[in-house]
Design a binder for this molecule. Structure first.
Ligand code: ADP
Length: 494
């Protein structure tokens, strides 16, 4: 029997990656190539769209050739991508009109501030589920139309196409035949109505963005079309899955049901909670977003982040020099039985959800003569868990849905102390998978569904659990610690 495979393309902010899975979602190989970030001015972040395309195709080709796979054996390709990053290109020549403007780029901050003062801003927030911020694609498109000579006229004539990175890759892989994006990526543009499930004509008019630039919005799995001959040898391979990276991670963590949530512990924390078929409006400044569209059904999510998580550990290492490497923290934290009343609020750049206090400052509180460096290290790890709890509580409050457990990934999820404390402080199970590349796995899952290899119901078994952390803490201990944290937050706010 000929072996069959699924190929996931994971185009992130700093690298293009390709991962090949077999039908059981075993990882057969990974290839990666760094991409260059361009900083033309303070606050501006760009990338070369051609480099994004070339590195992505290069790593995919290198991987399948290294593994001796014939592209005929690939059942489907799943695309996952850095979200919101904006590319405009000429429909005829395929040439980008400008560099990709990356999600981190803040050139439209002033514009967003102006929009926020306008009466129409409430409409945008309601329709898109987002806040008005330079982060999202909409004002980046507007900037390009306003700042590149003659571009608006061309766009109005239908000669210019807009895409996030998924759209750009698929357009190129399909030889210019497919101009599509999926629901999850569309919901990050600030131009898409997550309730009506269409490009919002009123918002497009407000921004003066021509509708004909916009890609067709498709489900996150499907038989969209095939790659052009020559891209992967002589065979044409089915493009069959698309999702923005954070949503793909939620899918890869098999958070398929309402109330399922995942947290990624990296430099910051990134949390999503599946809220089923309901788009809950947040009262705590969380984002409402589309998780995916599958089988005629849209699944929504609430999304929130913690600005400083692993970054606090880096700070202990590089600024306080308390540790040599991030992984030392686990052993050190286990050496003491508690943090001796020390709380570390790493509000280095203000406090995000649910507090939204940009003037807050970082603090370490509760110091006594008995405190040593181990308590401070422990308090830093605990702060990741407390902050995660604050965001998850906001999600539960906004949606009225209680989480059953938390699936985790990201660099700091290797830390067993952190995950045990997280389970304790949440009072729910915390589960770490064997394969922590949830984003690529999610793209692979979507591609497998799209190409008919399996159904969503079949997938849970392919997320192999490495370890589940069960809560071990009494309610009263939990309440006491959380009260201490709340008091520390109050001090940071003042
Ligand atoms: P990102 O993708 O945001 O760059 P990663 O997922 O690679 O981040 O995780 C790196 C972050 O996690 C760093 O901030 C580092 O300090 C922290 N980290 C890595 N390993 C550990 C560990 N064993 N314990 C605690 N923190 C860790």
């Amino acid at each position: 029997m000929i072996k069959k495979y699924i190929l996931a393309l994971d185009q992130g902010t700093t690298s293009s990656r390709a991962v090949l899975f077999d039908n059981e979602f075993n990882v057969l190989g990974i290839e990666q190539s760094e991409t260059t970030q361009i900083f033309p001015k303070p606050g501006w972040v760009e990338q070369d769209a051609t480099e994004i395309r070339e590195t992505q195709i290069f790593v995919a080709r290198k991987l399948i050739s290294r593994l001796g796979v014939d592209s005929k054996q690939i059942n489907g390709i799943g695309i996952t991508n850095q979200r919101e990053t904006t590319i405009l290109w000429d429909k005829k020549t395929g040439q980008p009109v400008y560099n990709a403007i990356v999600w981190q780029d803040k050139r439209t901050s002033d514009l967003c501030e102006q929009i926020n003062k306008d009466d129409f801003s409430e409409y945008i927030r309601k329709s898109t589920g987002l806040v008005i911020d330079s982060y999202f694609s909409g004002t980046k498109v507007l900037w390009l139309l306003d700042n590149i000579k003659g571009l608006r006229e061309k766009a109005e004539k239908g000669q210019i196409l807009f895409g996030t990175v998924d759209t750009w890759l698929i357009w190129n892989l399909s030889g210019g035949r497919l101009h599509i994006t999926d629901y999850s990526n569309a919901s990050r543009t600030l131009l898409y109505s997550i309730h009506d499930k269409c490009w919002d004509k009123e918002i497009l008019d407000y921004f003066n963005i021509p509708l004909q630039m916009m890609p067709e919005v498709v489900e996150s799995s499907g038989t969209y079309g095939k790659t052009e001959k020559g891209i992967f040898g002589n065979s044409e391979v089915m493009l069959s899955g698309i999702a923005g990276d954070k949503q793909a991670a939620l899918f890869g963590q098999t958070c398929f049901d309402e109330g399922d949530a995942k947290n990624t512990y990296g430099t910051g924390c990134f949390m999503l909670m599946n809220t089923g078929d309901k788009p809950f409006k947040s009262k705590s400044g969380l984002l409402t977003t589309i998780a995916w569209g599958l089988n005629g059904k849209i699944t929504y999510a609430l999304e929130g982040s913690v600005f400083i998580a692993g970054a606090a550990i880096q700070w202990l290492r590089d600024k306080l020099r308390l540790i040599e490497s991030a992984s030392d923290t686990e052993k050190i934290a286990f050496e003491v039985t508690d943090s001796a009343g020390v709380y570390f609020v790493p509000a280095f750049s203000g406090l995000g959800a649910p507090f939204w206090n940009m003037n807050a400052i970082g603090i370490i509180t509760g110091l006594t003569a008995g405190v040593d460096y181990r308590h401070i290290v422990r308090a830093a790890l605990e702060s990741m868990a407390f902050q995660t709890r604050d965001v998850l509580n906001a999600m539960q409050k906004d949606s009225g849905i209680e989480i059953g457990n938390l699936n985790v990934d990201g660099g700091a999820s290797a830390n067993n102390f952190l995950l045990q404390f997280q389970a304790d402080i949440l009072g729910v199970d915390v589960s770490r998978p064997e394969f922590v590349e949830s984003t690529a796995l999610g793209a692979g899952f979507l591609a497998a569904i799209g190409s008919g290899v399996c159904e969503i119901e079949d997938l849970k078994k392919f997320r192999k659990t490495d370890k589940v952390f069960h809560s071990n803490m009494s309610d009263s201990d939990r309440q006491g610690l959380c009260l201490g944290w709340t008091n520390a937050i109050d001090k940071a706010r003042k």
